[in-house]
Design a protein. Structure first.
Length: 297
């Protein structure tokens, strides 16, 4: 099962896409596409899966993804509304020689690094948010100018973090297909009791062969990856719901609260209760921003 090859419709008078997609049209499974992708989340929160990276996204976050980098963004709950301004473009829209110009040398290097995916840091995201909103509404040559300004600003600022690893991004097609199959299986079944024998059988390999293969391809063990997925899902529940920590642990696929706490501490450097206190206000603030319902205290 290879990732879905996503192809968004392109308007006849446009050379690239800049459009808002909102639930249920934003939610797509593990997929990839030849276009570069710039994503500004305007609503919602959840988990980000980019290559072998497992993390979280929130309203206001901006991601920049390279060509054919598998990814999916999963909202934190069925009732959550997710929307984003999605910009997709091929580097060939400016012609085959454009990025060979001396003035474009740094941008060309930046586009190469985007093969692993990047997430902009908060200050840069805040700075570029109005420009991305303007891009969606722009017409004519202004669209090209704004897109180039966005790419140049990100490239020059260096205010971003890499997501996946080069090893994951550069797999050959046969490796990619098998890893994609395992990733999608894990995303869909993280709450189930997944043993190494289960996932190895699903991949059509023996357990020792699968363990060696997964680590060689992703630079992490499968159990490390599974725990990242489960803890990532748990983090969203800690922020978005008042559920007891024990309930969240079991719903995230852990049989004991002790193991859940251990894995949570290993990944987040704090206990679940501390995490909830540190981030509990985030979801409420985002919700209030959407509705305009703030109270004076």
């Amino acid at each position: 099962m290879k990732p879905l090859i996503e192809k968004l419709p392109l308007e006849h008078d446009h050379s690239f896409i800049a459009r808002t997609f909102r639930t249920p049209h934003f939610e797509v499974p593990w997929h990839q596409h030849p276009e570069f992708e710039l994503i500004l989340f305007t609503e919602g929160e959840g988990n980000a899966f980019v290559g072998n990276h497992v993390g979280s996204f929130n309203t206001g976050d901006i991601y920049f993804l390279g060509s054919n980098l598998p990814h999916t963004f999963q909202k934190s709950g069925e009732e959550i509304i997710t929307s984003a301004i999605v910009v997709q473009f091929l580097d060939s829209i400016w012609g085959t020689q454009f990025f060979s110009l001396p003035e474009c040398r740094e941008i060309s290097k930046f586009l190469e690094t985007a093969a692993v995916g990047i997430k902009l840091r908060p200050a840069l995201s805040e700075e570029l948010r109005p420009l991305i909103i303007e891009l969606e509404k722009a017409q004519g040559f202004t669209r090209i100018l704004i897109l180039l300004k966005l790419i140049a600003t990100i490239s020059e600022s260096k205010r971003y973090d890499y997501l996946s690893t080069h090893e994951m991004a550069n797999l050959h097609s046969k490796q990619q297909a098998r890893i994609d199959k395992v990733f999608q299986y894990t995303i869909e079944h993280y709450a189930d009791p997944i043993g190494l024998d289960n996932v190895a059988s699903f991949a059509g390999m023996s357990v020792p062969a699968f363990c060696n293969y997964f680590r060689r391809c992703t630079k992490k063990t499968y159990i490390e990856f599974l725990n990242e997925v489960r803890i990532g899902k748990a983090c969203q529940q800690l922020i978005d719901t008042p559920k007891p920590i024990s309930s969240i642990a079991y719903e995230s696929g852990y049989n004991t609260l002790t193991n859940f706490n251990k894995q949570f501490m290993k990944i987040n450097r704090m206990q679940p209760g501390q995490y909830r206190k540190a981030f509990a206000g985030t979801s409420m603030v985002i919700s209030a921003e959407r509705t305009g319902e703030f109270e004076c205290i």
